[in-house]
Design a protein around this ligand. Sequence first.
Ligand code: GLN
Length: 446
Amino acid sequence: QHFLKRIQALDPQLNSFITVTEEAALAAAQAADTRIAAGDAPALCGIPVAHKDIFCTEGVRTSCGSKMLDNFAPPYNAKVIDGFNAAGSVMLGKTNMDEFAMGSSNESSFYGPTKNPWDTNCVPGGSSGGSAAAVAALLAPGATATDTGGSIRQPASLCGITGIKPTYGRVSRWGMIAFASSLDQGGAMARTAEDAALLLNVMAGPDGRDSTCLDKPAEDFTRNLHESLRGLRIGIPKEYFSEGLDPQTEACVRAALAEYEKLGATLVEISLPHTHLAVPAYYVIAPSEASANLSRFDGVRYGHRCENPADLRDLYMRSRGEGFGEEVQRRILVGTYALSAGYYDAYYNKAQQVRRLIKNDFVEAYKNVDVIMGPTATSPAFALGAKSKDPVAMYLEDIYTISANLAGLPGMSLPCGMVDGKPVGLQIIGNYLDEARMLNIAHQFQ
Ligand code: GLN
């Protein structure tokens, strides 16, 4: 009731929810009460959580921020949703997002932009901007999110909360609407690393229905939270402190790094020499995969269908033309082009080769350091409309986050200071499967 009241009072300004499942939430909370009274409370019994509208929820609209799926109520739950249900958590509703998770500002949502709770003239980041804003405004204690190129970390940074994108394959993609399947990864947003760890505990684990889901048993991500950081070697990539980084943001990040030194860590300057190729490689690979994944939305089986199609071709063209927004159409065009005969080798294959170079940079770096740190975003939250007409400016928002997706590495963002009343995030990129250590590192700072 507490959170539903806050949503009612504050969300008309923030627009962080697409759907609020009030009745079901109250019923689930009652059921949780009964279980607690009976002494049979699972891990998140009665804990309210908001879910990004990319995770399929049985019988509850799952729009992915798109007109295409405005009428779609899935017949099944995502693996992640089943995990939360089994843990007794209470779903408050489904959060706003950039259409099909394509964006860094939440402005491409069919349901209108989400506003940043710290300054409602600013964006919350994206694509998981609804989840980030909801957690930051205390409309929910935690939320699910997804990160294909930065969509957990960048909004966490701009909204002053903690977000973790685990190693690729940690969290099943079953029932998580696909954008770029080799990059997409579900994760958690919360106020603290400790809370994020508790959420991740019920999200991670093997799943035979997602062939890229890792065959690693579920683990307790809270297990290292209290360990000392003495002796920790933190790699500071010089490429992450280049021109384009707002000087005040840099000062916050450097101050946080100095705190880590006080906690017993050593800072080691490193180089990730292919960093400048991450954004170009991503914007070939992600649209290519998106163009293939989004071909399923054809107006035939589910989703938006145009009125009175003249024939099958007209049905496809108008349903897709009406159902997809501008950014999604741009990505489908770019991706279809990059995959087409004659261009595949020049663009897609080349991008995959670059991807391997980027991954190898990290493999080399981790021979000398335990973890990598830098800024999450180049600046604090920017004004609504500031970048929405300039796709390339928007793409550059993810300059520090995309490499971790290309390499499949876990990444997180935690609040590390304020500039002009707006939060700044510190990014931690961990080695493969090192989430528990990263959460420990974040927890010691918090
Ligand atoms: N901003 C990036 C994009 O638009 C990343 C989005 C994401 O991680 N889903 O593709």
